[in-house]
Design a binder for this molecule. Structure first.
Ligand code: GTP
Ligand code: MG
Length: 199
């Protein structure tokens, strides 16, 4: 499926611009700069399908990608949350957009919540996880940038995150451990995405 046709459909700066809810959707959410766009590129095996950048706040809208022809499902690249330097109004706008989409989208099958493996789950992440638990929106944690830490540190953050997940209502019990840079965990992530689409 991921070696077949995948194309950018549209950007939605506001909820009224969402595409019709016609196929299952899988969304990638997480803090600004955590690696959402890069992971979508690794997942789909394309260099620049989603726009990644060193500058936090790169993705500012909900970006929809069509997978399959005929269309099978959509991948959604989301703006990051917790970007302190963005103007207050912009942060507010993003928060509404992200929260409304994540709470109310009927075709949303699972949210992949990305967590930087160097930092683990922080307060800004907890905020969104709490929201997803409250809305009963299924999500799966994905640790990112694992090429940046030592194996022993990774082991520790995996264990800690696992414990934190056990208490969360809408969390998928297993998580993904990835490096977009070194293509680590990408095959497993592909399986996790397909599993979420076809449940
Ligand atoms: P926003 O759109 O601003 O919310 O960011 P994002 O979450 O989409 O992050 P993006 O994919 O743009 O990546 C941010 C930075 O992290 C870029 O400089 C990437 O090259 C880098 N990056 C992403 N994934 C990895 C990874 O697995 N390993 C390493 N070393 N760097 C990564
Ligand atoms: Mg992005």
């Amino acid at each position: 499926i991921f070696s077949g046709p995948i194309s950018f459909l549209k950007s939605a700066p506001q909820l009224q611009h969402l595409p019709d809810a016609e196929v299952p959707e899988i969304a990638f959410a997480g803090r600004s700069n955590v690696g959402k766009s890069s992971l979508i590129n690794a997942l789909t095996g394309r260099k620049a399908l989603a726009r990644a950048s060193n500058t936090p706040g790169r993705t500012q809208e909900l970006n929809f990608f069509d997978v399959g022809d005929p269309l099978l499902f959509r991948i959604v690249d989301m703006p990051g949350y917790g970007y302190a330097k963005a103007p207050v109004q912009t942060v507010k706008k993003w928060r509404y957009l992200i929260n409304d989409y994540l709470r109310g989208r009927t075709v949303l099958k699972r949210v992949f919540v990305l967590i930087d493996s160097r930092h683990g789950i922080k307060d800004v992440d907890k905020e969104i996880l709490n929201m997803l638990d409250a809305a009963a929106t299924s999500y799966r944690i994905v640790l990112t940038k694992t090429d940046k830490i030592k194996a022993s540190e990774l082991e520790k953050v995996v264990a800690e995150t696992q414990v934190a997940l056990a208490k969360r209502a809408a969390a998928y019990p297993e998580m993904s451990v990835t490096s977009a840079e070194k293509k680590g965990g990408i095959d497993e992530l592909r399986s996790a995405v397909l599993e979420a689409v076809y449940i």
